[in-house]
Design a binder for this molecule. Structure first.
Ligand SMILES: [Zn+2]
Length: 200
């Protein structure tokens, strides 16, 4: 694909093409739209990106992304501190929050154990999780992990580790399809899965 616009515009297209769901063709269309709608899109988007880059960081408690640390969820006194929901990534946390099925707090692992990809326990935020389960007033740890091989391997490993911390370990139940990522489930399915959780 030869460069047809100027280098600044080609750079914008190349960056947008790295986003999930956008290939080079979609990135070109998006770029054209941005440049046509400078006032409504390009300016506000540029400001929002700069703001996010300057202010968003990882919550040192749970691993979520927010403009403050601890994040809004960890800092919320209305959240049930006895419930800890363990998710693979921030996308899954956002899906749980969209569904409104959970009023406790979260722990983001930052991935899943994977023998194939060489991801061991030390690559994930597992020691921090066990520490939280032991030292905070956590009564139940809910494993909200995908129904994939890696998700289930991780769930079993965590159930073992958390058993020693003296908390009840449960996992999401029916409604989560095999191979399903939480991010892709509709809200009703997530609510059902949370209500029908079972001992891990
Ligand atoms: Zn947090």
């Amino acid at each position: 694909m030869g460069a047809s616009a100027g280098p600044e515009i080609e750079r914008l297209i190349a960056l947008l093409a790295k986003l999930p769901g956008l290939g080079p063709r979609s990135a070109r269309r998006a770029t054209l739209m941005l440049l046509k709608k400078r006032e409504q899109l390009l300016g506000p988007l540029s400001a929002a990106l700069a703001d996010a880059a300057a202010r968003v960081s990882v919550c040192q408690v749970c691993g979520a992304l927010d403009t403050r640390d601890p994040c809004a969820i960890c800092a919320d006194p209305g959240r049930d501190r006895s419930l800890l929901c363990i998710v693979e990534d921030v996308g899954a946390l956002w899906a749980m929050e969209r569904a409104g099925a959970f009023r406790g707090r979260y722990h983001v692992l930052g991935g899943l154990l994977s023998a194939l990809d060489g991801v061991g326990p030390e690559a994930l935020r597992i020691d921090a999780l066990v520490g939280r389960a032991s030292h905070e007033s956590v009564r139940e740890a809910i494993l909200a992990l995908p129904a994939t091989v890696d998700g289930q391997t991780t769930a079993h490993y965590l159930a073992d580790r958390l058993a020693g911390a003296g908390v009840a370990v449960t996992m999401l139940a029916r409604g989560v399809p095999v191979g399903g990522e939480l991010d892709w489930l509709d809200d009703g399915t997530i609510v059902q899965a949370m209500r029908a959780r079972r001992p891990a």
